[in-house]
Structures are given as structure tokens and as C-alpha cells.
Design a protein around this ligand. Structure first.
Ligand code: MRU
Length: 352
């Protein structure tokens, strides 16, 4: 299953706001439509947002394909800024837009066809994401014992990526390695990504999965029902502090208290090495109505004030390991996660 598909002249997305009740697709024919789909969470999840934005830049280039180089670059910068303004926390969006703009700049200098070159860059981002998720799965499945019950939060699955998933990629890979795995998914208020998306993905594949309300996690850990926690990430600072869906930090504290391993699974594109620690990560606040309502049903007085941070920051010190496509950053190295990653990248570059 793929969360998005490039159809030569437009981007097709699974409308994640409609799941699990119906599987509907939306077509984005302009970069503004891609921006709107990201903002309204039709497409969500850090890597999927990044890939969608890359195709958004492609759609933006259609509008200036015959223009002079300077005009092309100025327009694409504006497209990039608009796409970046849709959601602030997941750094993959910035990573993908910057990569597309760099390619555009190289293209106009060499006088090549900007549309063609940008399609090829976006397709590379798309294909790499699948490949990277499989690598994360391969490294990560080693920490999942046979027979394990794995707790996960939000949706870090095929829907949050181009396909396969990060946290769910680890779970999928463990099963592919022949292990018997059960999953417990937190429902993930206020947007219910766990209930609507994670459970849907896993049931489709025949996984043994149980759904809990977010506040049940502590008691379920206390009863000894969880062997490990695996979650995704939206942005990871150099010292391993990790932004992920609101509620992740509480799970990490609970896991520490109960002596349960707590893993984060994320591609290198989720690391923001410009940030020394998590205090500098911008945390998105969304519409208070998301909390006052469940779907269209009001569950709280309309006039009540709401705090609706949709991400939180888990200190690196609470994380047992960060699973990347290069391998696992173990507990004793997490404080220098950024350095670890740079070293791994340069070793892979040397081998090429
Ligand atoms: O607000 P969302 O649904 O875009 O947030 C996504 C998450 O926080 C997920 O938990 C995920 O771990 C990051 S994407 C693999």
C-alpha cells in the first residue's frame, strides 16, 4: 500500500481523513492543492509529507516551465515557502523542499529541462523512502523478541510514509523474519491516527492488534503486558531529543518507570542536525475544536479554552535506541546522535 502515487501530471493521495470508513483518493493538480492536503492532514506523517511536498514542487514547476531561469527559481522559492508554511514540526518537509530547490538551481545552471529534472528528483525521494523504511525494518527487527507484544503510538506505518512504515516497518520486518508479534495501538487523541490508521493497516495484514485509549498505557505496562515500545518521529535534534505525536513523551516516561525498552524508528531525513536539542523544535498547535469535538460531535462546552499541542518532545535520555536506515543508535550514543549519523553517512559515501 502506498500513501501517494505520482501519475505523470498529478499527485494522487489516499485521503487519510476518510479512513477507516472509506478508501478515497484525492488528486492534486497544483502545488496549492498539495499544500492544502498537507494542512488538512489528508496526507500526514513526516516522510509522506516530505514526499508529497517534493511532488508539490514539481507541480509548481509546471507553471513556469518556459520562463527564464531567474523567474523559475523565484517561483519555486515561493512554492517552497508556501509548502513549508503548512505544518511546522516534521522536518522531512523542509528536507524535501530544500533538496528539490537545490536540484532546480543546478538544472537552470546546466540549462536542462526543469520539469523533467524535478520529476526525477521527486521520484528518487519517493523510491528512497521505501528503501530506507525496509532498511529501518531490517535493523529494528533484531530488537523485537519472538512472541513480543509491541506498543505503538500514532501512525508511523505505510500511510505515514511512502509505504511500509518506520515503527510499523520494524513490526512488519519482525513478522517477516518469522516472529510472532502482537501489537497494542494507542488511539492517539485528538486525531485518532492510532485508532483510524494504525489499526486499519495492521488488521488488513492479519496482525494480532488491540486498541487502547491513550490513558490506559500505564496500567497495561504495570500489568506486564508490554515487551517494548516502538514509535516514529517527526524531528530529532542532534542530542537525540525527539519530537513525535503528543503522548509519546508520557509513554517514554512510563516505559522507563516499568523498565520497558523504548525505541524510536526514523529515517536520517527526520534528523535536524542544526538543532542542538529538542527545546528548539517548533511544536505545532492545532485548532481547539479538535479537542472539543470527536468528529462532528461536540464533547465539551464550545467556550472552554483548550491546549492542543499535537507533538511533544521526548528527551534522548529516555530512549533505548533510535533505529535508522544506517543501524541503531544505542542508548550510550544517543546524546551524540547527530555525530553518529554524520559518521555513518560519510562511511557509506566512502564505500560508494
Ligand atoms: O500529525 P501527524 O499524523 O502528521 O503526525 C505523525 C506522527 O507524529 C507519527 O507518530 C509518526 O511517528 C511520525 S511519521 C512516521
Amino acid at each position: 500500500m502506498h500513501s501517494l502515487i505520482w501519475r505523470d501530471t498529478y499527485l494522487e493521495l489516499i485521503d487519510q481523513t476518510k479512513l477507516p470508513n472509506s478508501v478515497e483518493y484525492v488528486s492534486c493538480r497544483t502545488y496549492k492543492e498539495v499544500g492544502e492536503a498537507i494542512k488538512t492532514m489528508k496526507v500526514r506523517g513526516a516522510p509522506a509529507i516530505g514526499a508529497a511536498a517534493a511532488f508539490g514542487v514539481v507541480l509548481g514547476s509546471f507553471e513556469v516551465k518556459d520562463a527564464p531561469p531567474e523567474k523559475i527559481i523565484n517561483h519555486l522559492k515561493k512554492v517552497g515557502e508556501e509548502l513549508l508554511s503548512t505544518r511546522p514540526t516534521a522536518v522531512n518537509l523542509k528536507w524535501a523542499v530544500e533538496r528539490m530547490l537545490k536540484r532546480a538551481e543546478r538544472t537552470v545552471i546546466s540549462n536542462s529541462d526543469v520539469v523533467e529534472e524535478l520529476i526525477s528528483e521527486a521520484v528518487s525521494i519517493y523510491k528512497e523512502d521505501l528503501h530506507v523504511n525496509k532498511a529501518i525494518g531490517k535493523h529494528g527487527e533484531r530488537v523485537v523478541p519472538d512472541g513480543a507484544v509491541v506498543l505503538t503510538h500514532c501512525n508511523a506505518g505505510a500511510l505515514a510514509t511512502v509505504g511500509y512504515g518506520t515503527a510499523l516497518g520494524v513490526i512488519r520486518a519482525a513478522r517477516e523474519a518469522g516472529k510472532k508479534i502482537s501489537v497494542i495501538a494507542c488511539e492517539t487523541r485528538p486525531n485518532f491516527q492510532g485508532a483510524r490508521l494504525t489499526v486499519w493497516e495492521l488488521i488488513k495484514e492479519g496482525f494480532d492488534v488491540k486498541l487502547i485509549v491513550d490513558s490506559a498505557a500505564g496500567y497495561i505496562m504495570q500489568r506486564g503486558l508490554i515487551d517494548l515500545v516502538v514509535v516514529g518521529a517527526d524531528r530529532i535534534a542532534s542530542n537525540g531529543d525527539t519530537a513525535n505525536k503528543i503522548g509519546t513523551y508520557s509513554l517514554a516516561v512510563l516505559a522507563k518507570h516499568h523498565g520497558i525498552p523504548f525505541y524510536v524508528a526514523a529515517p536520517s531525513s527526520t534528523f535536524d542536525l542544526n538543532l542542538a536539542d529538542g527545546s528548539q523544535i517548533p511544536v505545532e498547535e492545532r485548532d481547539p475544536e479538535e479537542v472539543r469535538k470527536v468528529g462532528t460531535t461536540r464533547i465539551a462546552p464550545a467556550e472552554v479554552d483548550v491546549i492542543n499541542y499535537v507533538f511533544d518532545i521526548t528527551p534522548g535520555s529516555l530512549i533505548t535506541g533510535i533505529i535508522t536506515e544506517y543501524g541503531i543508535i544505542e542508548e550510550d550514543r544517543i546524546g551524540e546522535a547527530g555525530k553518529w549519523l554524520e559518521k555513518m553517512k560519510s562511511e557509506v559515501e566512502k564505500e560508494k
